[in-house]
Design a protein around this ligand. Sequence first.
Ligand SMILES: Nc1ncnc2c1ncn2[C@@H]1O[C@H](COP(=O)(O)OP(=O)(O)O)[C@@H](O)[C@H]1O
Ligand SMILES: Cc1cn([C@H]2C[C@H](O)[C@@H](COP(=O)(O)OP(=O)(O)O)O2)c(=O)[nH]c1=O
Length: 211
Amino acid sequence: MVKGTFITVEGPDGAGKTTVLNIIAEELAAEGYPIVQTREPGGSPIAEKIRQIVLDKKHTEMDPRTEALLYAAARRQHLIEKIIPALEKGNIVLCDRFIDASIVYQGFARKIGIDEVLKINRFAIENTMPDLTIYFDIEPKIGLERIQKHRQGEMNRLDLETMEFHKMVREGYLQLLDRFPDRIKKVMADRPIEEVKTEAKKLILSLLVKR
Ligand SMILES: Nc1ncnc2c1ncn2[C@@H]1O[C@H](COP(=O)(O)OP(=O)(O)O)[C@@H](O)[C@H]1O
Ligand SMILES: Cc1cn([C@H]2C[C@H](O)[C@@H](COP(=O)(O)OP(=O)(O)O)O2)c(=O)[nH]c1=O
């Protein structure tokens, strides 16, 4: 029996997911909650290697289905090595992106088809779904401007996508929100970090008191 709580954050690039998740993880840990923070693609040694392949900007010839399979493979390995063991120990797992990112980026924006991508992901995750998903909503233009303004590292392959692609990503997430209103909760991410954090943390705490 899985005793822990599985929470994911999703949204367009530059929405502030990583920034806010870092603060929430630190605060909750200081308040005594057993927190395991992780991210996709990656989060375990094998999955991090797959991340390097899939996000390498030299890999412009990568086929969309190859890309979808690689994300699903990384997800499977991360789940088995890190997420499930942490949940079995009763931890609260906070994960930056999960299955919804594949449905939206590969299924919708890359146009493979939502149901096709769901199928390979069901194979990958069997039935471990998040208890709560916090969707950080932002116009892609603002998210991308944030990334450009603060950029220190290299561009990755997805940073090279067109604005049209990033608009499809947001549209895909909004459709998922309609489809899974019980699991996915929206936070308006175009606000100061402190406000976004407070609202996201409230959603997490209200789930934790119910369990
Ligand atoms: N609410 C916010 N307002 C302004 N800048 C932000 C906000 N949240 C994050 N940022 C900045 O935007 C950039 C992208 O944030 P990040 O957390 O990496 O986004 P994501 O993980 O969603 O791609 C970072 O440089 C971060 O400091
Ligand atoms: C997990 C996942 C990520 N991605 C993309 C979304 C991001 O652009 C990229 C991850 O890069 P990353 O630098 O981690 O971006 P972010 O901080 O915005 O999460 O991979 C997919 O296309 N499919 C997936 O299943």
